[in-house]
Design a protein around this ligand. Structure first.
Ligand SMILES: *Cc1c(COP(=O)(O)O)cnc(C)c1O
Length: 362
């Protein structure tokens, strides 16, 4: 080869794009409070499957079972290798590169941006919550529906609403989300990765009333199965058919589907753990508020807390030294000096508080 690199062969948008930096690519060891996983492992014994065969490409049995789990018909379900894959598929299905756009509400989940950039799709940002960090601002927050509608007239095809929102933990008013879905010409994606932790119902049943609504669910958070990579889109049949058409043939592997089908999902286990995590969260929140270097703990309807410190960089590196891994989010819109802390089990949370207290006293 004439040149010493293949860089000139790479698409411009890929070359200039910043990769999503996933929590588990940064740290794999320590007290892991950085990825909003469940601290409780799902009760799954060892598996053995016939791996010489391809899986059923349309995942018929798995979709049927998951349909019953989510109280939906299987024709309203599509599966992805994590809901991350579904986000990418939706952008690819609906947004024409260099022409169409997506709309997001920063600060929010980073994958919407990555999926758009990957596909040369521009991003409209409605930075709606300059006062999101007010400690006592009650949830749910109102959504700036008129502004979103107005700004989405500029070639927007998909509006991503993360509810509850990562990394703030906040929820939006139900009527506002419904109004947006009703008034908008765009596809509205409501990402309910943390839906199990909120104290109101999600939006899955609304798909029967709106042709442009997609709900995203994942097994990575409340279900304690982040390792198997399984995400679900719940949507009107027309949208599901498009996803089925565009996805790679065998995106859900046999091991993943057998983990679910052979063990089934024990909702009592999931619900008990959700309750336990919410109880742990209440305790963690109260303890964090007593710490001097903590400026605010943001009200959360999720399994994590967004915390504003006086000096988050210092806190972060001291925590890492002691083996506690939390997520830096301070480069996001409005989140200076903030860390996102996943709620752990009782001893993990107590350990975290102990470290923060010793920092204070030194
Ligand atoms: C964790 C998370 C997801 C995705 O998870 P997968 O593991 O890819 O299913 C999606 N959306 C939000 C907001 C998340 O925090």
């Amino acid at each position: 080869m004439v040149s010493s690199s293949i860089e000139h062969l790479v698409r411009d948008n890929i070359r200039s794009m910043k990769a999503y930096s996933s929590a588990r690519s940064l740290y794999t060891r320590g007290i892991l409070l950085d990825a909003n996983e469940s601290p409780y492992e799902a009760p799954i014994p060892n598996q053995n499957a016939s791996l010489n065969r391809y899986p059923d490409g349309s995942n018929r049995e798995l979709r049927e079972y998951l349909g019953s789990l989510f109280h939906q018909e299987d024709k309203n379900l599509a599966l992805g290798n994590g809901s991350d894959e579904i986000i990418d598929l939706l952008v690819r299905i609906f947004c024409q590169p260099l022409k169409d756009k997506i709309l997001i509400l920063p600060p929010t989940f980073g994958m919407y941006r990555v999926a758009a950039q990957m596909n040369q799709v521009d991003i409209i940002e409605v930075e709606n919550q300059p006062d999101i960090l007010l400690e006592n601002r009650p949830l749910p927050l109102s959504l700036p529906v008129q502004e979103i509608l107005e700004r989405s007239k500029d070639s927007v095809k998909i509006i991503f609403i993360c509810n509850p929102n990562n990394p703030t933990g906040s929820t939006f008013r139900r009527e506002d989300i419904l109004n947006l879905v009703k008034e908008s010409e765009c596809l509205v994606v409501v990402d309910e990765a943390y839906g199990d932790f909120m104290d109101e119902p999600g939006f899955s049943n609304e798909i029967h009333h709106f042709p442009n609504l997609v709900i995203l669910k994942t097994f990575s958070k409340a279900f304690g199965l982040a390792g198997i990579r399984l995400g679900v889109a719940i949507a009107p049949e027309e949208i599901i058919e498009l996803i089925q058409k565009v996805k790679l043939p065998y995106n859900i592997n046999i091991l993943t589907s057998q983990i679910i089908l052979r063990n089934r999902i024990h909702m009592e286990f999931v619900n008990d753990n959700v309750k336990l995590i919410l109880k742990n969260k209440t305790m963690l929140e109260a303890e964090l508020k007593k710490i001097k270097g903590v400026k605010a703990v943001i009200p959360s309807q999720s399994n994590f807390l967004l915390v504003r410190f006086n000096e988050s960089d210092k806190v972060f590196s001291e925590l890492v030294k002691k083996g506690f891994i939390v997520r830096k989010v301070d480069s996001k819109y409005g989140l200076e000096n903030c860390l996102r802390i996943s709620v752990g089990n009782e001893s993990e949370n107590q350990g975290l508080i102990d470290v923060l207290n010793t920092l204070e006293n030194n």
